[in-house]
Design a protein around this ligand. Structure first.
Ligand code: HEC
Ligand code: HEC
Length: 197
């Protein structure tokens, strides 16, 4: 009877499906949850103008930033609006999803200001930025990746910490660090971190 012949392979398929559902590969990015859809217009593979990439940031870091935007402690008109309606569960889902995505690749265009890069490297050594952010600035522990972020965005972030319009996790680490930076320091650091290979 044909039905009997089919029963073997069919049940084997069901078992295989059950196994692959139960153990998703860690390297595989999760599917975007519903709540992440509006974010992708700006933070998707093609970034909106003036928007930093958030793919591959630490889960905890993303969640902390969203909580800070929601409470208004981190000030940015667009993001305060985006975060206002998010529940704690939404924030958990967003942290989980965006942290599962691969880190964007380094920029490939040639460095047109190598002197500024060298000055930035010296400034980063002077202020021991790598102590927290890791030797390649790809992030470590609570300190996020700061390599390959847009130059304007790093300059803005450091200026915001210095002005205390952006709170810092890690016991106020960045408020303290940025307090000692001059405008010139900020300019060189932003360039250096943006052009890292
Ligand atoms: C209209 C564009 C826009 C949309 C839509 C948007 N963002 Fe943003 N996002 C920004 C901008 C601009 C910044 C930089 C804010 C600043 O300079 O402090 C930002 C910053 C962030 C940061 C902080 C990044 C960092 O490195 O500290 C996170 C996290 C974030 N957004 C998550 C989200 C999530 C989650 C959503 C969807 C719920 C979302 N954003 C929707 C424009 C947008
Ligand atoms: C004592 C540890 C420590 C040191 C030293 C340190 N950082 Fe940070 N940095 C942090 C932590 C923690 C955060 C996350 C803060 C937050 O919650 O916004 C951070 C965040 C940042 C951000 C924001 C990234 C983003 O996506 O918005 C930038 C840019 C940055 N650091 C650059 C630097 C630079 C440049 C130096 C050296 C001048 C430096 N940091 C030194 C711990 C440190």
């Amino acid at each position: 009877m044909p039905a009997r012949n089919f029963s073997g392979p069919v049940s084997a398929t069901i078992v295989l499906c059950a196994i692959s559902l139960a153990s998703p590969r860690a390297a595989e990015p999760a599917e975007a949850p519903e709540v992440a859809q509006p974010c992708l217009a700006c933070h998707g593979e093609v970034l909106g103008e003036g928007v930093p990439p958030i793919a591959g940031h630490f889960n905890n870091y993303i969640q902390l930033q969203l909580v800070a935007f929601r409470s208004g402690r981190r000030q940015n008109e667009i993001m305060q609006g985006m975060a206002a309606g998010l529940s704690d569960n939404d924030i958990r889902a967003l942290g989980k999803y965006f942290s599962s995505l691969p880190i964007p690749a380094a920029a490939t265009q040639a460095d047109e200001q190598p002197d500024l890069t060298k000055a930035g490297q010296r400034t980063a050594a002077q202020f021991r930025c790598a102590n927290c952010h890791g030797d390649k600035f790809l992030g470590s522990q609570g300190a996020p990746r700061v390599a390959h972020l847009p130059e304007f965005y790093v300059a803005k972030a450091l200026t915001d910490y210095r002005a205390n319009t952006r709170p810092s996790s890690g016991g106020g680490a960045m408020t303290e660090v940025a307090g000692g930076l001059s405008d010139d320091n900020i300019k060189t650091l932003a360039h250096y971190l943006a052009v890292l290979p």
